[in-house]
Write a protein that binds this ligand. Sequence first.
Ligand code: UDP
Length: 422
Amino acid sequence: MNSTTEKRIALISVHGDPAIEIGKEEAGGQNVYVREVGKSLAELGWQVDMFSRRVSPEQETIVQHTPLCRTIRLTAGPVEFVPRDHGFKYLPEFVQQLLQFQRETHIKYPVIHTNYWLSSWVGMQLKALQGSKQVHTYHSLGAVKYKSVDTIPLIATKRLAVEKQVLETAERIVATSPQEQQHMRSLVSTKGYIDVIPCGTDIQQFGSIDRASARAKLGIAQDAKVVLYVGRFDSRKGIETLVRAVNESQLRNSGKLKLIIGGGSTPGASDGRERDRIESIVQELGMSDFTTLPGRLGQEILPTYYAAADVCVVPSHYEPFGLVAIEAMSSGTPVIASDVGGLQFTVVTEKTGLLVPPKDVAAFSVAIDRILMNPRWRNELGLAARRHIESKFSWGGVADNLSELYTQISAASILEPALVGQ
Ligand code: UDP
């Protein structure tokens, strides 16, 4: 087979396995992005191989998602969960395993799309060793993240250097929002090529059930006022802000208010600490009788939760994109989100929800009450939210854009991205 004419792509996501259950520790938006992009590209005729690191002996080496799309798990380092800040040392082995896989299967990837800085390093090696063209999506930028955390990990210097290098050398960087693109330019480098291609959502799945049926299914009263959080348990997600904001709501003692905090994994996992912390705040504030923590929500039930809610709150301190916001809006549910990063791009304040300053308990509380206490406006926001997502954020549309980009860079003669901006 001629590797220059076939539509073949490798998506590399060392720590974000596209075939794993989502919502558990360190498994979130990146895993969904890679899986959905992979599946949608396959629908366009691409042969898609998604590479990830094997983290448990029970995991299959190859998961076939659709005829043209599969996840391939490489053994590099211990076959167990390793937090991403400790994963760098296993990357040379990952590269060797990927080269070995190519030799055994007689496949050579002309284009590789890497995800997160760890994978970007793998991509840069493949580019140097075999001339693969590289597209990269950051998912998170060290330069932004380290501004908002108390302890900077040991790996920070390495990460910042790798993030700069890939921006300056990849054929193309995919920013998922104009806000992320701006951060790359102001905080990382003025060199390199950046395209803005947003994340998407499954508009069939999210929007498949109406509110009354969703509430009936979940056993929630039709006249309840439901506030929903969906996501990982991580202090940067700002769940505490949401809990305190709901505690200050004027509807606090109405008997109608219901707070659902969805996500998280099994007891004992590293995200359990944040879950315990949130649960103890809920208890301290006396909110246990109207707050539920149903744990990880699988893809089959997630649309029902979004549809059942009056409002979905995304209180993150920072968010490069924020899939939860577009999933909720696709489900016809308005979103109250922190006025940061990609959320500024996806949530249209006063039209599809409200943007409020991050960590501002009072502002979140006022926003929640504005929506809960005005059901007609809530419904208008929900309808507008659905239309907004239909027109701008479907995975099919994202895959069309990426497909065009891969075709363009495979066709281009050797580019010298490092020279751009010099
Ligand atoms: N998610 C899920 N079940 C859960 C919690 C989260 O399927 O219990 C999914 C959620 O639907 C979304 C992703 O995990 O697709 C989270 O992505 P987002 O970009 O909002 O946050 P990240 O995890 O990347 O920080």
